[in-house]
Design a protein around this ligand. Structure first.
Ligand code: AMP
Ligand code: MG
Length: 393
């Protein structure tokens, strides 16, 4: 059995990466990872721009200026100002080449075509220099960036309409178990509703992965082999839940073996998720997650999500980890390394109730997982603990 750090290292070492890139319209670029740097084709701002509603001046010798015109946003006039002259100007308007400062209107007294400035002047005040944000040829957004709304806004401001991104993985979620009934059906004694498929599909969607498929298998060795074989060939990442333990009806491990999945590791010293499996076959990365929904979700965040980011060529693939003081005492059950559903509040973190592997509800309140090393016993309020932030995108 390997430890949690080694398990994640092996996932990132062996998991495959996409080689396919595609060009998408900027407006459709959300959540994709950039496959190449976006280079700006313009200076931004494209001209010296007024940052205020006020007056553009050619600084003179006293506080009084003669008005010689007006420039508003969108105008393309460029009045020539002599020393001691001013134009009315508005936010976003091009500052005349011969003006050397802009003074905000609140600091000006107007008397017909004469204005008096009520503050001492400094050159280049309230003027956004041409190319202040980025110059022609500059890198606007780096390759490996996951595109968020703000990136789309910035790139739109540079006139970009298309971006080159990495293809998203096709992800199969394979749920296994004789006891599983699709919601909508009627439960007989011994049956439960299948929830991992719906949950992982939705969580993947939240994180920007929509190319997902749910496949259902009963606990039958031949069917498990057949369906897994077909599924592996069709997807980049396969996430199996359930059937990976050592029970008589857990067929997933045996099936992986005979259909030629190369095992990278099986079993990790952790709670939840001890029977975690990771392997690969040709270009497909394969996870066997525990069937218990909360355990499956913990393993998904800790091991599957970073691989999805790597697959897409993302620069940042690891979940953000910080050290925070615990807000109340916690007694650790068991000796394994633990991932505990937790909530960061203010400057500290609380370990939530409902930590059982089957209980997924606490994830609804969680924004983090507290990660305790092996053989942690009693953790006291105020003690710092490793806290992994759950991804929001
Ligand atoms: P397994 O890993 O197959 O031994 O399953 C462990 C526990 O998780 C059992 O109580 C299963 O009934 C439950 N379980 C497995 N798969 C699912 C699923 N897709 N949805 C809900 N519960 C599941
Ligand atoms: Mg099962």
């Amino acid at each position: 059995m390997i430890d949690t750090t080694t398990a994640l290292e092996l996932v990132l070492l062996h998991g495959s990466m996409s080689t396919k890139v595609l060009e998408v319209d900027l407006k459709d670029g959300l959540d994709y990872v950039l496959a190449k740097d976006v280079i700006s084709e313009i200076d931004m701002p494209p001209f010296r721009q007024s940052a205020m509603d006020g007056y553009a001046l050619h600084i003179g010798d006293d506080a009084t200026y003669t008005m010689v015109g007006e420039v508003k946003a969108g105008d393309n006039n460029n009045p020539t100002l002599q020393k001691g002259e001013a134009v009315r100007i508005f936010t976003g308007a091009p500052v005349p080449v011969t003006a050397n400062t802009v003074v905000m209107q609140e600091k000006v007294t107007v008397d017909g075509s004469r204005i008096t400035i009520e503050e001492s002047l400094k050159e280049n005040t309230n003027i956004r220099p041409q190319g202040e944000q980025i110059k022609v040829g500059g890198v606007a957004i780096n390759k490996g960036t996951t595109i968020k709304g703000v990136h789309i806004g910035f790139l739109a401001s540079l006139g970009v309409t298309k971006i080159t991104v990495c293809e998203k993985p096709s992800i199969a979620i394979v749920v296994t178990g004789n006891e599983l009934i699709s919601p909508g059906g009627t439960l007989s004694y011994g049956e439960i509703y299948e929830s991992n498929g719906a949950m992982l599909t939705a969580v993947l969607k939240e994180l920007g992965y929509k190319n997902t498929f749910v496949v259902t298998i009963k606990d039958d060795y031949d069917k498990t082999k057949k369906v897994l074989k077909e599924t592996l060939g069709k997807h980049d990442v396969v996430i199996v839940t359930g059937g990976v333990s050592v029970g008589d009806y857990d067929f997933v491990g045996k099936a992986f073996n005979v259909i030629g999945v190369q095992e990278i590791f099986y079993k990790v010293k952790q709670k939840p998720g001890k029977p975690l499996f990771f392997g690969k076959k040709e270009g497909t990365s394969i996870f066997g997650l525990p069937g218990n929904p909360a355990a499956a979700l913990s393993c998904f965040y800790i091991y599957v999500y970073p691989l999805l980011k790597k697959y897409e060529g993302a620069e940042h693939m690891n979940l953000l980890t910080i050290s925070l003081p615990l807000l109340s005492n916690y007694t650790v059950k068991g000796t394994q390394a633990q991932f505990l559903k937790a909530r960061i509040e203010g400057a500290g973190v609380t370990i939530l109730g409902g930590q059982s592997s089957a209980m997924v509800r606490a994830f609804g309140d969680a924004n983090a997982l507290v990660c305790l090393p092996r053989n942690s016993a009693e953790i006291k309020k105020g003690q710092n603990v490793k806290t992994i932030l759950l991804p929001t995108k």
